[in-house]
Design a protein around this ligand. Structure first.
Ligand SMILES: [Zn+2]
Ligand SMILES: [Zn+2]
Length: 99
Protein backbone atom coordinates (compact mmCIF):
# COMPACT_ATOMS: atom_id res chain seq x y z
CA UNK A 1 0.00 0.00 0.00
CA UNK A 2 2.86 2.31 0.86
CA UNK A 3 4.57 1.57 -2.42
CA UNK A 4 1.44 2.58 -4.24
CA UNK A 5 1.36 5.89 -2.39
CA UNK A 6 4.95 6.61 -3.37
CA UNK A 7 4.22 5.68 -6.96
CA UNK A 8 1.24 8.03 -6.90
CA UNK A 9 3.38 10.85 -5.52
CA UNK A 10 5.99 10.27 -8.22
CA UNK A 11 3.26 10.32 -10.87
CA UNK A 12 1.93 13.59 -9.46
CA UNK A 13 5.39 15.13 -9.43
CA UNK A 14 5.89 13.98 -13.00
CA UNK A 15 2.59 15.56 -13.98
CA UNK A 16 3.68 18.87 -12.45
CA UNK A 17 6.96 18.72 -14.34
CA UNK A 18 5.10 17.98 -17.55
CA UNK A 19 2.67 20.83 -16.91
CA UNK A 20 5.44 23.32 -16.21
CA UNK A 21 6.12 24.24 -19.86
CA UNK A 22 2.37 24.84 -20.31
CA UNK A 23 2.32 27.23 -17.36
CA UNK A 24 5.48 28.89 -18.62
CA UNK A 25 3.94 29.32 -22.07
CA UNK A 26 0.77 30.76 -20.54
CA UNK A 27 2.77 33.15 -18.42
CA UNK A 28 4.83 34.21 -21.43
CA UNK A 29 1.69 34.83 -23.47
CA UNK A 30 0.23 36.98 -20.71
CA UNK A 31 3.47 38.94 -20.41
CA UNK A 32 3.52 39.58 -24.16
CA UNK A 33 -0.14 40.58 -24.13
CA UNK A 34 0.33 43.05 -21.31
CA UNK A 35 3.34 44.50 -23.10
CA UNK A 36 1.21 44.89 -26.21
CA UNK A 37 -1.47 46.61 -24.12
CA UNK A 38 1.11 49.01 -22.75
CA UNK A 39 2.27 49.99 -26.23
CA UNK A 40 -1.37 50.59 -27.14
CA UNK A 41 -1.68 52.77 -24.03
CA UNK A 42 1.27 54.88 -25.13
CA UNK A 43 -0.41 55.49 -28.47
CA UNK A 44 -3.37 56.88 -26.55
CA UNK A 45 -5.99 54.41 -27.73
CA UNK A 46 -7.62 51.34 -26.26
CA UNK A 47 -9.45 48.94 -28.55
CA UNK A 48 -12.70 47.70 -27.02
CA UNK A 49 -12.50 43.90 -26.65
CA UNK A 50 -16.28 43.66 -27.11
CA UNK A 51 -17.07 45.77 -30.19
CA UNK A 52 -13.58 46.66 -31.43
CA UNK A 53 -14.14 50.41 -31.17
CA UNK A 54 -10.95 52.46 -30.79
CA UNK A 55 -11.39 54.46 -27.59
CA UNK A 56 -9.19 57.53 -27.28
CA UNK A 57 -7.68 58.09 -23.86
CA UNK A 58 -7.01 61.79 -24.26
CA UNK A 59 -10.54 63.12 -23.83
CA UNK A 60 -12.23 65.44 -21.36
CA UNK A 61 -12.66 63.06 -18.46
CA UNK A 62 -14.47 63.57 -15.19
CA UNK A 63 -12.72 62.17 -12.14
CA UNK A 64 -15.02 59.93 -10.13
CA UNK A 65 -13.28 60.78 -6.87
CA UNK A 66 -12.69 64.56 -6.82
CA UNK A 67 -15.03 65.59 -9.64
CA UNK A 68 -12.29 67.35 -11.60
CA UNK A 69 -12.81 67.41 -15.37
CA UNK A 70 -9.65 67.64 -17.41
CA UNK A 71 -7.96 66.67 -20.64
CA UNK A 72 -4.91 64.43 -20.64
CA UNK A 73 -5.72 60.86 -19.76
CA UNK A 74 -9.05 59.38 -18.74
CA UNK A 75 -7.13 56.83 -16.68
CA UNK A 76 -5.33 59.26 -14.41
CA UNK A 77 -6.39 62.34 -12.44
CA UNK A 78 -3.58 64.84 -11.92
CA UNK A 79 -5.45 66.52 -9.07
CA UNK A 80 -6.12 63.66 -6.66
CA UNK A 81 -3.82 61.08 -8.35
CA UNK A 82 -6.72 58.69 -8.84
CA UNK A 83 -5.91 55.86 -11.25
CA UNK A 84 -8.86 54.44 -13.14
CA UNK A 85 -8.50 50.75 -13.92
CA UNK A 86 -11.53 50.40 -16.16
CA UNK A 87 -13.81 52.65 -18.14
CA UNK A 88 -16.93 52.14 -20.25
CA UNK A 89 -16.48 51.85 -24.01
CA UNK A 90 -17.61 54.96 -25.89
CA UNK A 91 -19.66 52.91 -28.32
CA UNK A 92 -21.07 49.81 -26.59
CA UNK A 93 -20.59 51.08 -22.96
CA UNK A 94 -19.19 47.71 -21.85
CA UNK A 95 -16.46 48.05 -19.24
CA UNK A 96 -12.92 47.88 -20.58
CA UNK A 97 -10.29 46.76 -18.09
CA UNK A 98 -7.03 48.50 -18.73
CA UNK A 99 -4.79 47.75 -15.75
ZN1 LIG B 1 -9.46 63.37 -9.09
ZN1 LIG C 1 -17.21 48.60 -27.17
Amino acid sequence: MKKLAIAWNVTLALLYVLALPIYAAKWLRRAVESLFNLSELRKGFIDCPHCGFRNPLDILALCRRCGMAEFGSRLYCTTCKQVTKAFPCDRCTAAIRVL
